[in-house]
Design a protein. Structure first.
Lengths: 265, 269
């Protein structure tokens, strides 16, 4: 069959050109930012490390393997908490959207706990679950679950009723409608919820490690704070930023791929 | 004399909190097998409600909705429905949309593909079979929806203002294509529209409805031969019937002209 209909979806040369232009502008902005930081440090009395000092410290931490170890322990907490949160949020969100009874029973809890910042749960989690991995993963799980469950639920209740009717008149029963209409139609909402969840997972892991941990980027910053080791704090912050950005881009790419059927203005 | 579709004093009341209103008041109409009827009337006359009841998407609150001699209990694949908003599944390609009903019916992949291809060709979307709905124009989307409805081989087509969102030129083309396939396959068609010209051009009979409460106003037979052509559309006979339908839609009496309805019902038999 001819693929001519898909032609408009492919990026046109001019758009690809403007993408490259955007990337160039981004790179220029980053370099200018770092330069500004360097100039500010050399002139002022900010008491901050210079970009060069941070780079040197970064290389040291990479060489010693400490950065990688910290990064992996933070990352594994985020990934485990994120996976558990999403794995529970999607079925619960579907349940709430599909069955009014389930919605009535679950919604008060979700709405209530949503109003409590996950960080505020850390003291309770540490007291009841000790200082091992469990409380940290739990808090991340909670943050991801709450943002994803709302998004999934919103996705289900905003499925176009005409699509459900279209499936019904073609002979679809509830199970088929759920599998073939509700799930694909709410995918864009779920992915947005996952991205928000991932953002709060990063925020939460670092805070949890600052308070109680023996490893991780947050723990390293807390240690560095004791020794007034600002360069290490900078390296950790930059690592967190880059990792968060990379994971967000990954999810964005997944989102673009899974929801490329959407009509975008 | 068994009708294909039979509305027997069908009523529908909608409740909104404390208030309720009667969307459809004791509609009684019979549609014969292979007949093409159009429903027109001012907004709020219950024409779309009537169609949704026949489709099994809404339950009547009074009367009997009979299709093929049986009470309607929910939707069924023998009644294909075409919606004004196309209602294509946006994440499926044209081909996957057309195969949707066949998949539910449990047809095998090769069979599904062959049937879908036939209807995709029929509506002229062969070049777009693997395209997503987002790249299609309004007319192409509606043709895809028609192919999807045809694929499960319904004996009845229920169409709710299917061409309402299309431009005038595309609409005329779609009308001709619809009549063309109808004349070959002779499905029973109920077609809701707010366009008087369209109602007359397509139909064996035009069912004019009145609003508040939604009810039958007058049934006007269209004694024009098929195939309907441009010559017919521009003829004096067409204009005469159109004017009559126009007056029935836009200058309704407080009460329906009882005699007229009776006459046409007799004519039908």
């Amino acid at each position: 069959m001819s693929e001519s209909a898909q032609a408009p979806a492919a990026p046109t040369p001019s758009r690809r050109g403007s993408n490259r232009r955007q990337l160039l502008l981004n790179a220029v902005a980053v370099c200018a930012g770092v330069a500004l930081w360097g100039v500010a440090v050399s002139f002022g009395r900010l008491g901050l490390p210079s970009p060069a000092q941070v780079a040197v410290r970064g290389i040291e931490l990479i060489r010693s393997g400490q950065l990688l170890a910290d990064l992996l322990s933070s990352l594994s907490r985020v990934l485990v908490g994120f996976a558990l949160g999403v794995a529970l949020a999607i079925p619960v969100g579907f349940l709430m959207g599909w069955y009014p009874t389930a919605r009535g029973l679950i919604e008060p809890f979700v709405q209530f706990f949503r109003m409590i910042p996950p960080l505020a749960v850390i003291p309770l989690a540490i007291v009841t679950m000790g200082i091992g991995e469990t409380p940290k993963v739990f808090v991340i799980f909670l943050a991801v679950f709450l943002s994803s469950v709302i998004a999934t639920f919103q996705g289900v209740i905003s499925v176009d009723k005409t699509l459900i009717n279209a499936a019904r008149v073609l002979g679809a029963k509830d199970g088929t409608i759920f599998r073939r209409v509700i799930i694909p139609a709410s995918t864009p909402f779920i992915l947005v919820g996952m991205r928000i969840g991932l953002g709060s997972a990063w925020a939460t892991v670092v805070a949890a490690e600052l308070i109680a941990a023996q490893s991780g980027l947050g723990f390293r910053m807390q240690q560095a704070e004791l020794y007034y080791d600002l360069a290490t704090i900078f390296v950790s912050l930059i690592t967190i930023g880059i990792l968060g950005l990379a994971m967000d881009r990954l999810l964005l790419a997944l989102e673009t791929r899974l929801t490329q059927w959407q009509e975008r203005m | 004399m068994s009708a294909k579709i039979s509305f027997q004093a069908v009523s529908r009341r909608f409740a909104h909190q404390s208030a309720s209103f009667l969307a459809l008041d004791r509609l009684s109409v019979d549609v014969a097998d292979g007949e093409f009827v159009t429903l027109v009337g001012p907004s709020g006359c219950g024409k779309s409600t009537a169609l949704a009841i026949a489709a099994g998407l809404i339950e009547p609150t009074g009367g009997e909705m009979i299709v093929d001699g049986r009470n309607v209990r929910g939707p069924g694949p023998e009644r294909g429905v075409i919606f004004q908003q196309y209602a294509l599944f946006p994440w499926l390609t044209v081909r996957q949309n057309v195969e949707f009903g066949l998949r539910i019916a449990g047809r095998r992949a090769a069979e599904r593909r062959a049937i879908a291809q036939r209807f995709i060709d029929l509506v002229g979307l062969s070049d777009f079979a693997d395209a997503l709905p987002k790249v299609l124009s309004g007319g192409m989307k509606q043709r895809c929806a028609i192919a999807r409805a045809y694929a499960v081989d319904p004996t009845i087509l229920l169409m709710d203002e299917p061409f309402g969102a299309l431009d005038a030129l595309t609409r005329v083309q779609m009308q001709d294509q619809l009549l063309d396939t109808w004349s070959r396959e002779r499905r029973t068609v109920m077609f809701v529209t707010h366009d008087v010209d369209e109602a007359v051009y397509l139909a064996n009979r035009v069912i004019v409805m009145a609003a508040r409460p939604g009810r039958l106003y007058e049934i006007i037979p269209v004694a024009l031969p098929y195939p309907r052509t441009e010559a017919i559309r521009l003829s004096g006979a067409f204009a005469e019937i159109r004017n009559r339908v126009w007056r029935a839609v836009y200058h309704q009496h407080a009460r329906p002209p009882d005699g007229a309805v009776q006459d046409h019902e007799r004519e039908m038999r």
